[in-house]
Design a protein around this ligand. Structure first.
Ligand code: SF4
Ligand code: SF4
Ligand code: SF4
Ligand code: SF4
Length: 338
């Protein structure tokens, strides 16, 4: 590692180092020769019973029996999917930003590559592209007989890693037409996209559905999401430059987070020197105390200065969720198998 890389690493905020560490552990748990979580169900990768991407597809003439059949084929993926969106509702997109080995590996790869080689996808109109593609993926492509597996990073990334370790399945996949197409997608919209999350933002159906739940959850005051304290924001734009998802725009020179694109990665919180953006519940007061130049201000009660409510430590919440997820996964694969 050269001196410049070490200097760059030193500047990475603590929460982001922690996030990269969790993603690296998740890659070890889900991918490559170790891949001990898929192996608990006798699977080498994230397909089959672990697939989270197929059970909700619509086929012409589909019946409830067909849906149930899809659910029972991928029953662990169904449990995992509903666990992920439940966590997202209450705490934001912790799966996508901290755990998912598929989006996570693309991001780590992209961050290791110099910026001058990368394509900037973040300025694209993400929401219409993402939900246009989701509609095509869920309805149009199945009607045309195109398989959900055709452009799927959940098979590409595990097999790419398998090939790196010399696995025959991975090498055979990468030399097939589907494998080569998917590898190009992983390189273009992963490793060589700015911040590595273009596939996540534009083409992943799990991410698209998760993002809708994130937006819904953010409407409730008791849930933890990325929120802006408008009275503190200076409009400096630092958070928008750091955002890996292009989720922050300045509206009237105040940062505004698009919850349909935010992945709850915490990078904006780390770079804001004004403490104007936080992973936090909504303001407790329903009505703003005053509105100054169009900015709503919700002052906290005076007593908070003397006895502040205990802040929730995000790392502890994430560690707790990961451990709970693993216990649930192991319990499901051990006792509930039918
Ligand atoms: S290739 Fe993708 S969509 Fe197909 S079964 Fe595997 S994970 Fe599911
Ligand atoms: S959007 Fe999809 S690929 Fe990206 S992190 Fe989320 S689940 Fe993983
Ligand atoms: S970094 Fe902070 S102060 Fe600057 S625009 Fe973002 S939220 Fe506002
Ligand atoms: S808004 Fe903040 S938390 Fe959300 S994706 Fe952008 S940088 Fe990450």
């Amino acid at each position: 590692m050269n001196i410049r890389a070490i200097e760059r690493w030193k500047k990475v905020p603590g929460m982001q180092k922690y996030r990269y560490g969790i993603i690296a552990l998740s890659c070890l748990a889900f991918l490559g020769p170790l891949a001990f979580l898929p192996q608990l169900v006798g699977s080498k990768d994230l397909c089959g019973e672990l697939c989270m991407r197929r059970f909700y597809l619509y086929f012409p003439g589909m019946t409830w029996e067909d849906l149930w059949m899809h659910v029972s084929v991928a029953w662990i993926g169904v449990i995992a999917f509903f666990t992920i969106i439940t966590v997202t509702f209450f705490f934001g997109r912790i799966w996508c930003s901290f755990i998912c080995p598929v989006g996570g590996m693309a991001e780590l790869g992209s961050r290791a590559i110099g910026d001058r080689w990368k394509i900037e996808f973040r300025a694209l109109p993400q929401v219409p592209i993402r939900y246009g593609y989701l509609a095509a993926y869920m309805v149009l492509l199945p009607m045309l007989g195109v398989s959900a597996c055709t452009l799927c990073n959940f098979v590409t990334v595990p097999r790419f890693v398998d090939a790196l370790f010399g696995g025959a399945t991975g090498i055979a996949f990468l030399f097939s037409v589907v494998g080569l197409t998917n590898l190009s997608l992983l390189l273009l919209m992963g490793f060589f996209s700015s911040k590595g999350r273009a596939y996540c933002q534009l083409m992943c159906p799990i991410g698209a559905l998760d993002a809708l739940v994130n937006r819904l959850g953010a409407k409730f005051r008791f849930t933890y999401h990325i929120r802006v304290e408008r009275s503190r924001c200076t409009g400096c734009n630092e958070c928008a430059k750091a955002c890996m998802c292009g989720a922050i725009k300045m509206v009237d020179r105040i940062a505004t987070v698009d919850q349909t694109s935010c992945m709850s990665c915490h990078d904006c919180v780390d770079v804001c020197e004004w403490h104007a953006i936080e992973w936090t519940p909504g303001p407790r007061k329903k009505q703003p105390k005053r509105i100054k130049r169009g900015i709503e201000i919700y002052p906290e009660p005076q007593w908070e200065a003397f006895a502040p409510a205990p802040a929730i430590n995000r790392s502890r919440v994430i560690n707790g969720l990961i451990i709970s997820f693993m216990i649930l996964f192991i319990a499901a694969t051990t006792w509930l198998k039918f």
